[in-house]
Design a protein. Structure first.
Length: 200
């Protein structure tokens, strides 16, 4: 069962986020809210609803989520977490999957919202019985504690969330807060990225 997703529909007030003016020697750049040094986003991957907010708890505006995730824009990204490397987040826009005759150069770019939503959905997926069986006893105890803590935090939804069982996000243990993306060592572009997470 895939948990419900709530995307903010009313833009929040405040200054818009934008890419910095940079010299031509810099070949590419991540959206400001995806950078590890950003303190303007609060995104809890353990929440069953999709709700990235700013430092004041206000939902990130829809128009900001629609901004390209990288500059120059890209149609393919792979995001991997060191904590759960078996579950990469793959965003790959091409004509066949989008059902369009357009060339690659005319495909829509991957947006900030696309990246955040894909990460959230990947982490909210239920694990399989086989994946659970691969854990050792110590890991089972740690993941089970994370699972219990997660569903008990959401008042009014405890029973439903408990029934959904263990999810991938529980494998992150206490580090369930989005902390930005970085390039993989040696990579020059932003096609292969590393997901950073931190404790609440």
């Amino acid at each position: 069962m895939v948990p419900g997703v709530s995307v903010p529909s009313t833009p929040a007030s405040g200054p818009p986020y934008s890419y910095a003016h940079y010299p031509p020697v810099i070949p590419s750049e991540l959206h400001p809210l995806l950078r590890p040094d950003s303190h303007a986003i609060h995104f809890d991957l353990a929440l069953f609803e999709f709700r990235p907010v700013d430092s004041k708890g206000t939902p990130i505006p829809v128009q900001t989520l629609a901004e390209p995730a990288t500059h120059p824009p890209t149609t393919r990204l792979v995001v991997t977490s060191d904590q759960v490397p078996r579950w990469p987040v793959v965003l790959d826009y091409h004509a066949a999957t989008l059902g369009t005759p357009h060339s690659t150069s005319m495909l829509p770019p991957i947006t900030l919202g696309d990246v955040l939503y894909a990460i959230h959905q990947t982490m909210q997926a239920q694990i399989t019985h086989r994946e659970w069986a691969e854990l050792n006893e110590k890991e089972e105890i740690a993941v089970a504690k994370a699972y219990t803590k997660r569903y008990k935090l959401v008042a009014g939804h405890e029973a439903r969330l408990a029934a959904e069982g263990v999810k991938r996000v529980d494998y992150l243990l206490r580090k369930v807060m989005f902390a930005g993306l970085t390039r993989r060592n040696g990579d020059q572009g932003y096609e292969n990225l590393r997901l950073l997470v931190k404790s609440r």
